[in-house]
Design a protein around this ligand. Structure first.
Ligand code: ATP
Ligand code: MG
Length: 255
């Protein structure tokens, strides 16, 4: 692919602990397998940096680390240096990307402390959107909720995956996020993944705002791997998390 306007930006959103990191890391794996020649970027937008372990990568610096250095330089009274650093930010961001065999990785890091660095944040957001032009696929693992993603990482995604467990609360969160996303007009396609659901609970799952792409049952191997810090690349091909994620990507016309 060479047309930069074609970049597909996938992201996951949903209540805490519903499987966003599990599913987004499975997406990265499936895309690398389906499109070995594609340029794929995985972005960990969660300050807790969970995607790192899930994908088995170790980034050296985070985007927020770079931002802090820029801000500190301003506060130390070296404005010229700060401006230079700002100009170099794009190259520095490339430095923080871990070039794996099949995908690049960027961690956003911890959110800003008290105080407003809106200008710098806005600049970094701009840098990320420039950066995404260099890739065919970008997969963003977010914090719970979508406002943060909008504020900190991206203006717009192409494919929004809403993740929930079968709980009524999880489903309500999904409906709310969908509403916010609609108001901000921030996606092209949207679908729901219901994770960790027992067969007999399926009739009771109530999501009203978007199509349910797939139901993923309990995946013991995945849960065990997660405990031991084993990456998603070691999951069996036919494990529920892999199968369900594949079905969801297929229904969203991504594979
Ligand atoms: N289908 C599944 N079967 C069994 N365990 C699962 C399944 N999906 C996720 N888990 C487990 O549930 C826990 C939460 O999953 P995960 O970290 O992917 O959720 P999350 O939405 O990213 O959480 P957070 O909001 O904290 O970032 C993990 O321990 C993970 O191994
Ligand atoms: Mg997570």
């Amino acid at each position: 692919m060479s047309d930069t306007h074609d970049t597909k930006i996938l992201t996951v959103a949903g209540k805490g602990g519903v499987g966003k990191t599990s599913i987004s890391s499975a997406m990265v794996r499936i895309l690398t397998e389906e499109y070995p020649d594609a340029r794929i970027l995985a972005i960990d937008a969660d300050p807790a940096i969970g995607l790192t372990t899930a994908l088995g990568v170790e980034p050296t610096d985070t985007l927020d680390g770079i931002r802090k250095k820029i801000v500190n330089s301003v506060e130390d009274g070296h404005p010229k240096e700060a401006i230079e650093m700002l100009n170099e930010a794009r190259y520095r961001i490339f430095d923080t990307m871990v070039e794996e065999n099949k995908f690049s990785f960027l961690a956003i890091g911890r959110p800003e402390a008290a105080g407003c660095y809106c200008k710098v944040n806005a600049y970094l957001k701009e840098v990320i959107s420039l950066l995404t032009n260099d890739f065919d696929y970008v997969v963003i693992d977010g914090e719970a909720g979508i406002e943060q993603i909008n504020r900190r990482v991206m203006e717009k995604v192409t494919h929004l995956f809403l993740i929930t467990d079968p709980s009524r609360k999880g489903c309500k969160v999904v409906d709310t996020i969908k509403q916010v996303a609609d108001e901000l007009v921030m996606y092209d396609k949207c679908g729901v993944i219901v994770n960790r659901v027992k067969e007999e609970s399926i009739p009771y799952v109530k999501v009203e705002s978007a199509e349910i792409l797939t139901y993923i049952p309990d995946d013991k191997t995945h849960a065990d791997n997660d405990i031991m810090g084993v990456s998603v690349f070691d999951l069996p091909e036919d494990s529920p998390v892999m199968k369900g994620t594949r079905e969801a990507l297929h229904k969203m016309d991504l594979i």
